[in-house]
Write a protein that binds this ligand. Structure first.
Ligand SMILES: NC(=O)c1ccc[n+]([C@@H]2O[C@H](COP(=O)([O-])OP(=O)(O)OC[C@H]3O[C@@H](n4cnc5c(N)ncnc54)[C@H](O)[C@@H]3O)[C@@H](O)[C@H]2O)c1
Ligand SMILES: O=P(O)(O)OC[C@@H](O)[C@@H](O)[C@H](O)[C@H](O)CO
Length: 480
C-alpha cells in the first residue's frame, strides 16, 4: 500500500545506524529470511558478538524489487504475539543487510564475492524447490539457473583464488538440507570437470550443516500498512511481521557455536549432533496441521489460522488431529510431544498476526507428501485402519485441487495432473492415487484409501466442510 505522505525508510532518515563488514552471504531475499537470519544477525551485532552484515543474493531471475535500493536495504520487522504470558508488539529497523545482488544482472559482482576474505558464512532459503539439480546448468552460464549451480560457481572461484572455504547453513524445509546441497554441489563439480583439487577443497575447507527453522512469518502486513506508516512515521515496502517464537536447530561441528554466537546472544538456537527428532516434531506437528487446516478451512470459507482456531469444529479437529493421529506416530516421548502440540496451538491462536490459509496452501501437494502422508501411511500400517482426520484433510485437498471451488496455487505440472484426472470424475481418485509424481509413490494399494476418499469427497461436495467435520466427530448427515 502506498502512503506517500510519509517519507520512505532509508539511511537518510536514520543516519546513525551502524554498518559492519560483510560476513554472511544469503541466497534468498524472501520474507522468512528477512525476519529470521537477518533479524538474528542484528541481535548478535547489537550485543557486539558478531559485527557482520549480510549480502543477499537473488536466487531467481524475476526483477529485483526497487524497494531494496530505495530503502538502503533497511526494513522493519514487527514482532507480534504472546511470549511468557506477555503481549509483545515490537518493531525494529533491520540494518544487517548491506546489499542485494542479482546474479542475473550483476554476475561478475556476484562472483567477486569470492574475493572477500571477510565472508565466512552462507545461508539460504529458496523454498522447498530451490535445492535442486538442473542438468542444463554449466559453469560458463552467467548465471546458472539453479541455486546449487550458482553456489558451485561461487565456490569454484573462491577455490581458484586459494582462499578459505565457507560454513554453509541452508534453511530450506527439506530433510537433510545441508547434505542435499553438498551432494548437488559435488555433482556439478564432477560433471563440470572442475578437478580433484576443487573436490578436495570443497570437502576439507567447507562445512555443510543441516538445519531446521521455526518461526511463523506471515510477511507484509498489508491490512495495517497505512496505520503502521502513521505510527512509525515512515513508509516501508519491505516490512515483515513475525511471531516472537524462534527456533533454529543447527547440526554442525563443535566449533560452530563460538564462531556464530547465536545462543550466547540469547536466541533459541540449538547446536546439535542430530536434528532429526526436532525435524520430525516440527514438520509433522506444526506444518502438518497447517496443511490440513488450510485444506479444510478454505473449503469451510475461513481465511486465517486464527479463524480456524476460533472455530468450534475446526479447532477440535486440529487438536484431535495432533493428539490422536500425529503424536502416537512419532518416535519421541509422548509427554514432550503433547506439550509441544499445545504450545503450537497457542502460537496458532496468536491474535496479533494474520496468517492466511491461502498462503499456507501454496504447493499443498508437495507439503502433504512430506508433512502428513508419512503419518497416514504409518498409522494405516500399525493400526490396520486409516486416520480419519488426515484422510479427511486429504479428501479436502483433492476437492480443492479440482479447481471448481477454490483458487489453486501449485506448479503447472501438478495442476495439469489434477485437471486430467478430474476430467473423468468417476475414475479421478484412483487415477490420482496412482500418480507417483504427486505423492512420491503409488498410493492405489493402500487398503481402503480410495474408497474412503471417495466417500469423504462425496460428503464434502454434498454437505460442505463443516457438516462433514461434524459427521466425522459423531454427528449425522442426511444420507447416513
Ligand atoms: N513464512 C514462514 O512462516 C516460514 C517459516 C518457516 C519456513 N519457511 C520456509 O521459507 C520458504 C520461503 O518462505 P517466504 O515466506 O520467505 O517466501 P517468499 O516468497 O517471501 O520468498 C521465497 C524466496 O525463495 C526464492 N525462490 C522461490 N522459488 C525458488 C526456486 N525454485 N529456486 C530458487 N529460489 C526460489 C525466491 O526468490 C525468494 O527469495 C517457504 O517455502 C518455507 O518453506 C517459511
Ligand atoms: O512456509 P510454507 O509455505 O512452506 O508453509 C506454511 C507454514 O506451514 C510454515 O510457513 C510455518 O508457518 C513455518 O514453517 C513455521 O516455522
Amino acid at each position: 500500500m502506498d502512503t506517500p505522505q510519509y517519507p520512505l525508510l532509508s539511511r537518510t532518515l536514520f543516519p546513525d545506524l551502524p554498518a559492519y563488514p560483510e560476513r554472511m552471504i544469503q541466497f534468498g531475499e524472501g520474507n522468512f529470511l528477512r525476519a529470521f537470519t537477518a533479524w538474528q544477525v542484528q541481535q548478535m551485532n547489537k550485543q557486539g558478538r558478531f559485527q557482520g552484515n549480510i549480502v543477499m543474493i537473488k536466487p531467481q531471475g524475476s526483477p529485483v524489487s526497487e524497494h531494496y535500493a530505495k530503502q538502503d536495504h533497511l526494513y522493519t520487522v514487527l514482532i507480534n504475539g504472546i511470549a511468557d504470558q506477555q503481549v509483545i508488539n515490537e518493531h525494529e529497523i533491520i540494518h544487517s543487510v548491506s546489499r542485494l545482488i542479482s546474479p542475473y544482472t550483476e554476475y561478475e559482482q556476484f562472483l567477486a564475492l569470492a574475493e572477500q576474505d571477510s565472508l565466512e558464512f552462507i545461508t539460504s532459503n529458496t523454498t522447498e524447490a530451490g535445492i535442486a539439480y538442473k542438468p542444463e546448468d554449466r559453469l560458463t552460464d552467467a548465471p546458472q539457473q539453479s541455486f546449487p549451480g550458482k553456489l558451485t560457481a561461487l565456490l569454484y572461484r573462491r577455490y581458484q583464488l586459494g582462499k578459505a572455504g565457507f560454513t554453509i547453513i541452508p534453511c530450506e524445509l527439506i530433510d537433510r538440507n545441508g547434505e542435499k546441497l553438498r551432494e548437488i554441489v559435488l555433482r556439478y563439480a564432477a560433471e563440470w570437470d572442475l578437478g580433484d583439487g576443487f573436490i578436495q577443497w570443497l570437502e576439507q575447507e567447507n562445512t555443510f550443516c543441516c538445519s531446521l527453522v521455526d518461526r511463523i512469518v506471515p510477511g507484509y502486513p498489508q491490512q495495517q500498512a497505512e496505520q503502521l506508516a502513521q505510527e512509525l512515521g515512515y513508509q516501508d515496502h519491505l516490512m515483515v511481521t513475525a511471531e516472537p517464537y524462534l527456533l533454529w536447530v543447527i547440526e554442525g561441528p563443535a566449533w560452530l557455536p563460538e564462531r556464530l554466537p547465536l545462543t550466547e546472544a540469547g536466541l533459541y538456537v540449538i547446536f546439535t549432533e542430530d536434528l532429526r527428532p526436532y525435524r520430525e516434531q516440527k514438520v509433522h506437528l506444526l506444518n502438518g496441521p497447517h496443511t490440513a487446516m488450510a485444506a479444510l478451512g478454505l473449503l469451510a470459507g475461513l481465511t486465517t489460522v486464527e479463524d480456524v482456531m476460533n472455530d468450534e469444529d475446526l479447532s477440535v479437529f486440529v487438536k484431535e488431529l495432533m493428539e490422536q493421529e500425529i503424536v502416537p506416530m512419532l518416535d519421541l516421548p509422548r509427554a514432550g510431544l503433547l506439550s509441544y502440540a499445545e504450545a503450537v496451538r497457542e502460537r496458532f491462536m496468536n491474535p496479533f498476526i494474520r496468517h492466511e490459509l491461502a498462503s499456507i496452501s501454496l504447493n499443498s501437494i508437495a507439503k502433504f507428501q512430506t508433512r502428513l502422508l508419512p503419518v497416514l501411511l504409518r498409522y494405516q500400517r500399525e493400526r490396520g485402519e486409516l486416520p480419519k482426520r488426515i484422510t479427511l484433510a486429504f479428501a479436502a485437498l483433492l476437492v480443492g485441487y479440482r479447481g471448481d471451488r477454490l483458487a489453486r496455487k501449485d506448479s503447472p505440472e501438478v495442476l495439469t495432473l489434477f485437471d486430467q484426472a478430474w476430467s473423468q470424475p468417476v475414475e479421478a481418485i484412483p487415477v490420482l492415487l496412482r500418480e507417483t509424481k504427486l505423492w512420491g509413490q503409488d498410493l492405489s494399494s493402500v487398503p481402503e484409501l480410495a474408497r474412503t476418499l471417495e466417500q469423504y469427497v462425496r460428503k464434502l461436495d454434498a454437505f460442505g466442510a463443516r457438516a462433514t467435520l461434524q459427521w466425522l466427530g459423531g454427528g449425522s448427515l442426511c444420507d447416513d
